[in-house]
Design a protein around this ligand. Sequence first.
Ligand SMILES: Nc1ncnc2c1ncn2[C@@H]1O[C@H](COP(=O)(O)OP(=O)(O)OP(=O)(O)O)[C@@H](O)[C@H]1O
Ligand SMILES: Cc1cn([C@H]2C[C@H](O)[C@@H](COP(=O)(O)O)O2)c(=O)[nH]c1=O
Length: 220
Amino acid sequence: MTLRGLFISFEGIDGAGKSTHIDALAQAFRAQGRAVTLTREPGGTPLAEKLRTLVLNDPMDAMTEALLVFAARRDHLQQVIEPALARAEVVLCDRFTDATFAYQGGGRGFDLNTLSYLEQLVQTTQAPEANFVRQPDLTIWFDLAPEIAAQRLAGVRVPDKFEAQPADFFARVRAGYLARCEAHAQRFARIEADQSREAVWADVLTVFQKQGWLGQVLPA
Ligand SMILES: Nc1ncnc2c1ncn2[C@@H]1O[C@H](COP(=O)(O)OP(=O)(O)OP(=O)(O)O)[C@@H](O)[C@H]1O
Ligand SMILES: Cc1cn([C@H]2C[C@H](O)[C@@H](COP(=O)(O)O)O2)c(=O)[nH]c1=O
């Protein structure tokens, strides 16, 4: 059987629990013989990581922020994501374009039509066919109330520009994710992230097993 590449993104407000499960998923795929590329946005290439530092730390208007995250995304797609998919790898990406719609669109109120235009422009590739717009095959959305996320992050690390935002910003980000989930229901899986780590992990695994992408996974 010919394996095809899989592009999976992980989304949620800051502190929702994405990172807690991405490494374990990478291990599960590797244990089942798949090559995995673990990456993140903004970032994933030397150039995109430089842009990440600017976006997470420097004050700027919402359009500048959107243009920088899409510039980083273009480099990341060209240098890392498309080549890994062409090698039939599993790409596990901590955030992708849904984050731009949620943070710059929902959180900062930037125009959604402009974001859609940039999404088409930046994500158009010639593989697997001419003018194909790359999207994740699956997006796992860790949905968590901003108040719980804030409690989980309190004291864990020094907050960056986004993490320092008030609860109403994250309420708008969460609403942005809900709108994307409803508009792209075929690729979204919403996980109730207010459960224990074990229960969240079980729900995440079930999504992959239902797709037929993972078999039985032994406990770590
Ligand atoms: N189900 C859970 N219950 C309680 N605490 C949790 C749970 N999942 C993760 N945490 C803790 O919450 C904090 C945030 O988790 P994590 O770093 O995985 O979130 P994240 O979504 O990757 O955040 P960010 O996007 O800001 O990097 C960590 O201290 C983690 O140990
Ligand atoms: C891709 C993307 C990300 N952001 C924001 C969301 C987070 O606050 C940070 C990334 O930090 P993390 O700890 O790696 O989750 O960047 C954004 O505003 N727009 C985007 O497109």
